[in-house]
Write a protein that binds this ligand. Sequence first.
Ligand SMILES: [Zn+2]
Length: 280
Amino acid sequence: MSRTSTSRRSETRLSRIELRSPECSNEVDLAEVASFLSSIFPSVSVKVRPAPLLNVKASSREQVAAYLASSRVKDISKPIEPSEPMYGEVDYELRTLRGDARIGGIVYDGRRIEEILIGLLRSSNELETATIVMTDRFISTYSQDDLRHHLRTVIPGFPSIISVPGMVEAPAKPRQYYMLKQRLASTGGESLNIELLKRTFKGRFLDYGDPEMTEVAKGLALQAVLHHLTLKPFCADKKCRLFNAHWQEDLLGSQTGSPGLCPKHSRRMKRLGENPIVSW
Ligand SMILES: [Zn+2]
């Protein structure tokens, strides 16, 4: 072996991307997300695999359920502190793990969910594999900037987590939406009002059932893979698919229509696509 190759730091090449299905929704066409990633990383095997939180061994379910229950964000103004969950909360989580309870409404601390997933994915979570876990749960992280929890669309990590309801609920809708919502609230007729709001602001925010759900998921999945390779998943350019949108209009602007990458990321992604080396 030559001196150059022995003195070089050992390189890890990304060889697999595992896209884990959400627990029950079919809002996102995962096969389409997988083929999008394959088109960018042709040498990487991209597979869709089942939801880790639906495939927990029976012997570990109690423990995972208790951890999930204690990962609920109950006070958005404080970082989460481990607490003893209530019996009913653990029981509900057990039913979600068995696929017997509908998931929704509860917000979980993203970093604690990541810890659970690390435990569940242990065998397949080496650096050659980038794992992206899609979930039907709401996830949030605590921000030191304004000292509160924020719902997230994606939490880049090992694995990365993409929240399907987060795509709809995490980025804020247009300001006028909330103003009109507040005005309508006093008139009653909640379901009529929601319909009216949706009609008025059509195309300005993502909603369940929209075909754009899959387009948005593609961009978030790409952010997750870029994080795995470089630890730098986001871009400041609002027209780039790597833009970390906090507003729905920016999310749709960066991920739908004719979405693409900024010139810098186009070049970087082309290089990474040809040679997907983990470089950090
Ligand atoms: Zn960019």
